[in-house]
Design a protein around this ligand. Structure first.
Ligand code: HEC
Length: 127
């Protein structure tokens, strides 16, 4: 296990009281598979590379600007905002946790909101 991976685990474990279990590699790889299948068409989902859809923030920047609980909650509720291609997309709690954990695992490569050309919008779940 690399030093950066350990740092990420500590970050994840401390970033949310609701986050009861440490993500293991299978959780992260499950999140990565879900992201590859459902998100990569628009978002950059790795530590490097640009988003195929230019206005979609990279997952590494999302990781820096939101915390695990925000993401998990938003995915459980359905990411509302302007996600035109997936308006009613609903994840299982397991999928929400896996994708949130995977996104947060990219935080080491992301940029602060102030460094972004277009600041991220606040996360809002659908009712
Ligand atoms: C059809 C293109 C598309 C797909 C597929 C897509 N996104 Fe997005 N996503 C966007 C765009 C565009 C934005 C930025 C505009 C906005 O705020 O809605 C965005 C923004 C986000 C944000 C930032 C919060 C927000 O809504 O502003 C998160 C988190 C996010 N996406 C997660 C995901 C995840 C997780 C997946 C896959 C399960 C996914 N997206 C799939 C286009 C997409």
């Amino acid at each position: 296990m690399s030093v950066s991976r350990i740092a990420i685990l500590i970050l994840l474990a401390t970033s949310s009281a609701a986050f009861a279990q440490e993500p293991d590699d299978s959780l992260l790889s499950k999140g990565q598979s879900l992201a590859e299948a459902n998100c990569a068409i628009c978002h950059a989902i790795y530590a490097t590379g640009n988003s195929p859809l230019v206005i979609a923030p990279t997952f590494r920047d999302i990781a820096v600007n939101y915390d695990f609980a925000d993401l998990e909650d938003a995915f459980n509720e359905g990411v509302a905002t302007e996600h035109p291609a997936m308006p009613d997309w609903q994840m299982t709690p397991e999928q929400a946790e896996a994708i949130a954990a995977y996104i947060m695992s990219l935080a080491h490569a992301g940029k602060q909101k102030t460094d972004l050309e277009t600041p991220l919008q606040p996360l809002a779940g659908s009712p």
